[in-house]
Design a protein around this ligand. Structure first.
Ligand code: GLA
Length: 392
């Protein structure tokens, strides 16, 4: 995976689309990937998350198809796949088409009938890196198709459609965070979401002295592999023992009082979730007050908890986070942690802007020395959520 990506814009998409289909698109919609700053594995526990949208996007160009069939291109350079109208809302092959099929199905459930479309998908969100390329895909498809149909589907509904697509067509039992931030992200802001009632607030992230650094561990992750579903199950089991509806309702005191009944595994899983919700609150407060030291402490606590209690990190990611303490420029790093579902993927760090490139170089060098792995990084700002790039 390469974090240093080519740019995507209307100027390049229009000619590509015309080359495939011989006519112009009616709509081009984009939705971004995301990086989660803090609040990991809390979303499906009705807890709090604090992600930001990336500047890396998935772009979907569409127009009604003159052929009466759906014609889709999954990424630049691929060949066209053709589907009959009735097939387009059923699961099927190739695998990537399920992201589109799912969205069409969920729109139909809401009474939006999608006509056969010519669709070109292009993306510069790296796949399998824990930066939510799938959410960007679903949300951009939904944004494009609803604009094409003139349907009024608000961003949060689009996010839910994306999540249902994951559940039913991709078989990943994800929470709502990724789709929510992809749909609702705001340039220059992080977003704090309460996953219990989907209320949220934007937090400005415009301090020029602090940069968001993302480094790839070069370990691919897949949430369909079972580790993610197993963690969800551990959390549900903990809820049954505690007699609560979700771990949102649990407190550290309740966990201590029920430690034996919970058993070591569920106790630690629950301790991560309960502690992580508190860290999100601390992080939000720190961000709003410009207290980057405190924000960094929350991030470091989050990583340790994900590594030791929730056990979703891996040796490579731990090595990267460890380097943020030991590189020569370590004092320029406020905090670093794994980001996303885990089992590989990226780390995110908050770093003093005047030394962020130096920090990145030292981290990459340290990683190569420690594990012999070459990797990439990006320095990024909060990007804009789903929107239309072009409308004929
Ligand atoms: C993945 C899921 C999210 C969330 C994170 C962990 O990204 O898609 O819903 O659960 O893992 O915080």
């Amino acid at each position: 995976m390469d974090l240093e990506q080519r740019s995507i814009g209307v100027d390049s998409l229009l000619p590509h689309y015309e080359r495939y289909f011989g006519h112009r698109p009616a709509i081009i919609a984009t939705a971004p990937g995301r990086v989660n700053l803090i609040g990991e594995h809390t979303d499906y526990n009705n807890g709090f998350v604090l992600p930001m949208a990336l500047e890396m996007i998935n772009a979907v160009s569409v127009a009604p198809s003159p052929t009466g069939k759906h014609r889709w291109v999954g990424s630049l350079g691929d060949s066209i796949i053709e589907l009959r109208p009735e097939e387009a809302s059923q699961p099927g092959d190739p695998f990537w088409s399920n992201y589109v099929r799912g969205v069409i199905c969920m729109l139909e459930r809401r009474g939006v009938k999608v006509p056969p479309v010519d669709m070109l998908v292009d993306s510069n969100v790296p796949r399998g890196g824990g930066l939510s390329s799938s959410a960007a895909f679903e949300v951009s498809v939904c944004t494009a198709l609803t604009a094409l149909c003139g349907a009024d589907v608000p961003p949060t509904e689009c996010a839910l459609i994306g999540q249902q697509t994951e559940h039913e067509f991709v078989h990943v039992p994800c929470g709502i965070m990724d789709q929510f931030i992809s749909a609702n992200g705001k340039k220059g802001h992080a977003l704090m979401l309460d996953c219990k009632d989907l209320s949220y607030r934007y937090i400005p992230m415009t301090d020029p002295n602090v940069s968001v650094l993302i480094i790839d561990s070069a370990v691919k992750h897949s949430l369909a592999d079972g580790g993610y579903a197993a963690r969800r199950k551990n959390c549900e089991d903990a809820c049954s023992v505690l007699g609560v509806e979700s771990l949102r309702e649990a407190t550290l005191g309740m966990l201590e009082a029920n430690k034996t009944k919970l058993g070591d595994l569920c106790y630690r899983r629950a301790r991560h979730v309960v502690g992580e919700n508190l860290r999100v609150a601390n992080f939000a407060k720190a961000l709003e007050g410009g207290d980057w030291e405190a924000a960094g402490i929350a991030m470091r606590g989050s990583h340790a908890s994900l590594r030791d209690d929730f056990e979703v990190s891996c040796a490579e990611v731990d090595t990267l986070v460890g380097l943020s303490y030991t590189i020569p420029s370590a004092e320029s790093v406020y905090g670093a942690r794994m980001t996303g579902g885990g089992f590989g993927g990226c780390i995110v760090a908050l770093v003093k802007s005047n030394s962020v490139e130096q920090v990145a170089r030292e981290m990459l060098e340290g990683y190569r020395e420690a594990l012999g792995i070459e990797t990439t990084y990006i320095v990024t700002r909060p990007g804009q959520g789903a929107h239309l790039l072009f409308q004929e």
